[in-house]
Design a protein around this ligand. Sequence first.
Ligand code: ADP
Ligand code: MG
Length: 261
Amino acid sequence: MKILAVANQKGGVGKTTTSVNLAASLAAMGRDILLVDLDPQGNATMSAGIDKHDIERSSYDLLVDRVPLNKVVVHADTSGIDVVPANSDLTAAEVQLITVEGKERRLREALATCSKPYDIVIIDCPPSLNMLTLNALVAADSVLITMQCEYFALEGLSALLDTVHQVSESVNPRLRVEGLVRTMYDPRNSLTNEVSAQLHEHFGDLVYRTVIPRNVRLAEAPSHGLPAMHYDRYSRGSRAYMALAGEFTKRQQIGVQPQEN
Ligand code: ADP
Ligand code: MG
């Protein structure tokens, strides 16, 4: 079981869109996928076709009350993935865990009790380097960073990489950076190309070749509770995420080692 955290403390950089569509694309390739929503906004939950207002248990219960994983997981029929859903309940988790010893290990412990043999667990992180993101980094084998190629894109990256480094030096030595995915990519914008060039210079092979274009279908699909490939299979957005799933899989197979940081 490979555990992948999709992270960036910036909001609106395509974490949720990538988590959901990568999950659906990998599921369509026959992999058993668990999507864990760690954002109180519950957007990944809704995008996967689960109504966040209508769930009995959520990642809050998993983290705070240690409800067993199999009691929290719901199956999303439309996308064929299992989901640990989230909603605004999760906002309280951080405060409730404040004095708890080993609070950053709650997700890791929950996933360790997983009895279903998932191939890949994808964790959608909130837009902040808080206790929830820390739980994801402590549980994960690697981090996939999504980013938009815009002016301040690189600025927040060092804080995230520092955190990844700290976690890998302490609680979770397995943790690696899986790669960087450029989202909402517009090659006609000269800044995009400039930032892309900088990314390649700093991060080399860690930069995924697949780019996710700006595509309205990707923005529309969540309102139908569908991953893009089940909403408009031939859209550029869906095809880009299928390509991303292909590249992700290929990197595992040929063993492009997620780099040490
Ligand atoms: P994050 O999870 O990092 O906050 P989201 O995945 O929620 O980012 O994306 C932010 C907004 O941009 C959402 O409304 C989403 O539908 C939209 N969006 C994300 N990726 C794309 C894309 N490639 N093309 C068009 N819209 C996108
Ligand atoms: Mg999000």
